[in-house]
Design a binder for this molecule. Structure first.
Ligand code: GLC
Length: 438
């Protein structure tokens, strides 16, 4: 058996650990300047100047069904959309603000179309909701706020009331979890109470759970959707650990108890979450597949991000990247869904990664660097009933304890299983061997 027990949490993470692969979508006004979703912070843009994006936001090519189709084709089983990012702009029709898509030329509830379309394709749906808000009049100017370098920043903070803002968040979360049917994931982002202050501006404190009134915020969400998966970024531990822009090298463990936890790496196709026209660090096809495999091989999920254009489309580069997943997952998804880290004691051959089905009956070898003919699996002699390439179901012959008659008994341990691969690597980015264990 290779089903591991993870730390018990309030939400239902069972389905999540089976599904393994999701789509993150960062979409908002920042897709118009197209130079990072933090642009308002990075370029210290005033409200007045940022307003032009609000006035011209017109995603006329947005077709959520098309997005959902592409996500599904790529093998993604759930999707998380930014309902509001740090800029504060709401992609849904909220009664608590005018700063929302329905008041732009878009004129429609973009979140609703997302939810309907993804659900129709059978994907689970989640909302990203920014705790940070650089538009809300009650959100104090702090170390991350676009107005942080203004001489009169202290002055500007007069009358701003974080309590009112916390209430606003609860009201909006209530809307999001009431008006759109069943929501599977709530992805709050993020706390920074321990961040270093800007020198000389120590009063610009970071923010954390007390500022968000996180306990109440989470209770509000749980009252509406008791099983929902909530991340840990409010600073209160919930269901989900979320390493970002780096790949863990072993299963994440709980800091205090050492238990294995439910985790999800979030990653981008290129260096930005929001659509970034001139960004060029797009990941290679091999890297995309390896990241997914690496993640599942140590018991995690991968949430891969797309930043749609301001007209509402996945650009060519994003489409190509999704196609890489679609092509690979078409024949290899079986080594991902319902799979996890291989049981202790099974050692991956050189340049390979293992996953194993939850019932322990199938072991998957992902070959990152294709070897010359033989693949050695220590300790598996006598344990494998049948072996095949996963993508085409073609048999792979194997020997136990020896490579051929010249080496008999000499070169290998009797307990080593030796797979005999074809000399030419099949035309698959990362070939997978499926072993049926006895
Ligand atoms: C962050 C960033 C951000 C992005 C997110 C995704 O903390 O602020 O822009 O939305 O992480 O994980």
């Amino acid at each position: 058996m290779s089903s591991y027990t993870t730390r018990k949490t309030p939400g239902d993470t069972e389905w999540f650990r089976m599904d393994r692969f999701g789509m993150f979508i960062h979409w908002g006004l920042y897709s118009m300047p197209a130079r990072h979703e933090w642009i308002k912070n990075r370029e210290c843009i005033t409200e007045e100047k940022y307003d032009k994006y609000f006035r011209y936001f017109d995603p006329d090519l947005y077709n959520a069904r098309e997005w959902a189709r592409r996500a599904k084709e790529a093998g993604m089983k759930y999707a998380v959309l930014t309902s509001k990012h740090h800029e504060g702009f709401c992609m849904f029709d909220s009664q608590y603000t005018d700063y929302k898509c329905t008041n732009t030329p878009a004129g429609r509830d973009l979140v609703r179309e997302f939810v309907d379309a993804f659900r129709a394709e059978g994907l689970k749906v989640g909302f990203y909701y920014s705790l940070i808000d650089w538009h809300h009049p009650d959100f104090p100017i702090d170390m991350l706020h676009p107005r942080r370098y203004d001489d009169n920043a202290l002055e500007l903070n007069k009358g701003r009331d974080m309590r009112r803002y916390a209430k606003y968040m609860r009201d909006q979360v209530t809307e999001l979890l009431t008006n759109y049917g069943k929501i599977d994931i709530l992805w709050f982002d993020f706390s920074y109470s321990k961040s270093e202050p800007i020198p000389g501006k120590e009063w610009m404190k970071g923010k954390g759970k007390d500022d968000w009134e996180a306990e109440e915020l989470i209770a509000t969400a749980r009252r509406l959707h008791p099983d929902i998966i909530i991340d840990n970024r409010t600073e209160i531990e919930q269901d989900l650990w979320t390493p970002e822009q780096y790949q863990p090298v072993s299963w994440i463990r709980h800091k205090e108890t050492g238990e294995l936890v439910t985790w999800e790496a979030c990653q981008t196709f290129s260096g930005s979450w929001g659509y970034y026209r001139d960004e060029t660090t797009w990941k290679s096809p091999e890297m995309l597949i390896r990241m997914l495999v690496n993640t599942v091989s140590i018991g995690g999920n991968l949430l891969m991000n797309v930043g749609p254009t301001s007209r509402g489309e996945f650009d060519k580069r994003a489409q190509d990247a999704l196609k890489v997943y679609a092509d690979w997952m078409h024949g290899n998804a079986r080594s991902i869904y319902g799979c996890t880290m291989a049981e202790p004691g099974i050692e991956a051959p050189a340049d390979c990664r293992l996953t194993q089905s939850a019932d322990g009956k199938r072991l998957y070898i992902h070959i990152f660097a294709y070897p010359f003919i033989h693949l050695y699996l220590k300790g598996l002699a006598g344990k494998v009933d049948y072996a095949q390439f996963l993508h085409d179901g073609s048999e792979i012959l194997f020997e136990e304890g020896k490579v051929d008659h010249f080496s008999e008994g000499a070169l290998e341990e009797q307990s080593t299983l030796i797979l005999k691969l074809p000399p030419v690597k099949p035309d698959v980015l990362v070939p997978v061997v499926e072993l049926f264990l006895k």
